[in-house]
Design a binder for this molecule. Structure first.
Ligand code: KG4
Ligand code: ZN
Length: 375
């Protein structure tokens, strides 16, 4: 059997561990989500996240090893997220990974969380015996990031060998991440946390509901590949404040939420056609912006493929729109499955494999880097 790497991820609000063989075959992947802990605050509370990671890290790693049917001694290396992320959260995974590596006498591989999101796309493609062609443009879009990279193979290796990628940043958000905009809009509409999944489903249920307001394309001065979502979020906020009709249904939804009724089926009847039209229009604006700028980047660079990863990559309208637009522009678009789009440790183990093969290792001085960049 090939190289078996245990990946550990704790950069935000998911404690995750996974075992991946040869950077491609997922032997196990365990994710303990903290959504229930952070929900009542409407976002991730860093101190609570660190405490939850401490509680979860040992059982999550044990479960990942058991699911893979392996003993710790069978591992060839341990890959751990070094950054970017919340410093206290990162430290839990790093300290655990360092201790495990030292105790087992195994190599420790430091992984950039964003490189993990890129590798998630390759992991998924591999399941279908496909391999995205390089150079590619990669959109990483989540609650913490909205950024476009050029991804190419390192000159001295190619992905087929488990090679290392080279990255160049093409653009990024100047304010909120797209997932953050989803979360904030859901909160102000009384739709709970996290906002992405529920807004995604409500937008799909809007059918022909008329948009009560129109949001035009976002203009950004300077780099045309930069994003901005805070203006859109503020536009939704003003629209809701200026139209008193929304207040009663928002209150009704908040009350339902207080009773633990937060399922789509429970919330849909509490949403007027006006609200559904607003949600749909918000999503149209986000999706249009993400797709247009990514396609513009791909065209400018004559990219061979487009990769989309991160929590918002789970969005059904984003996936469908990229699919349609890609077909007409003749460029292939690759998404991870929903499980590999959101934070997980299989992507960390896959990214670690390439670094391990290239001899890029860490020692016990490894520290968390909350603003670690990819390029
Ligand atoms: O990658 P992720 O699990 O964590 C980080 O932020 O790194 O992404 C979580 C984000 C949240 O903001 C959530 O609202 C958003 O991804 N999200 C979605 C969907 N599912 C999750 N946004 C839009 N549509 C979805 N279906
Ligand atoms: Zn992430």
């Amino acid at each position: 059997m090939g190289v078996r790497i245990l990946g550990i991820e704790s950069s935000c609000d998911e404690t995750a561990a996974a075992v991946v063989a040869d950077g491609r075959e997922i032997l196990s992947s365990v994710v303990a989500s903290q959504i229930d802990v952070h929900r009542k605050y409407g976002g991730v509370v860093p101190e609570l996240a660190s405490r939850e990671h401490l509680r979860q890290i040992v059982p999550v790693v044990r479960k990942a090893m058991a699911q893979a049917g392996l003993q710790l001694g069978d591992l060839d290396a341990i890959g751990v997220t070094q950054g970017p992320g919340l410093v206290g959260a990162l430290l839990v995974g790093i300290t655990y990974g360092k201790t495990l590596a030292a105790a087992l006498g195994k190599p420790l591989v430091p992984v950039n969380h964003l490189a993990g999101h890129v590798h998630a796309v390759f992991l998924e493609a591999h399941k279908a015996a496909r391999s995205p062609k390089l150079p590619a443009v990669c959109l990483i879009v989540s609650g913490g990031h909205t950024v476009l990279y050029k991804v190419k193979a390192d000159q001295n290796s190619c992905y087929g060998d488990g090679g290392v990628f080279r990255y160049r940043k093409l653009g990024q958000t100047r304010d909120d991440a797209a997932g953050e905009a989803y979360d904030k809009v859901a909160k102000l509409l009384g739709l709970g946390y996290p906002g992405g999944p529920i807004l995604d489903r409500l937008a799909a249920a809007a059918n022909g509901a008329a948009a009560p307001v129109k949001f035009g394309p976002t203009k950004t001065r300077g780099n045309p590949l930069d994003f901005s979502f805070s203006g859109l979020k503020t536009a939704v906020l003003y629209h809701v404040k200026e139209n008193a009709e929304y207040a009663a249904e928002i209150r009704a939804r908040e009350e339902a939420m207080g009773r633990g009724e937060r399922k789509f089926e429970q919330l849909l009847p509490l949403c007027s056609p006006r609200t559904l039209g607003l949600v749909r229009e918000f999503q149209n604006a986000v999706v249009r912006d993400l797709v247009e700028r990514t396609l513009a980047a791909a065209e400018e660079l004559a990219a061979a493929s487009i990769l989309v990863s991160g929590g918002v990559a789970a969005n059904s309208q984003l996936r469908a729109t990229f699919g349609e637009r890609a077909k007409s522009s003749g460029i292939e678009v690759f998404f991870p499955s929903r499980a590999l789009s959101t934070d997980n440790a299989a992507m960390i183990a896959a990214a670690a494999f390439a670094l391990f093969r290239a001899g890029i290792l860490a020692d016990t001085s490894l520290n968390a880097d909350p603003s670690l960049s990819l390029a």
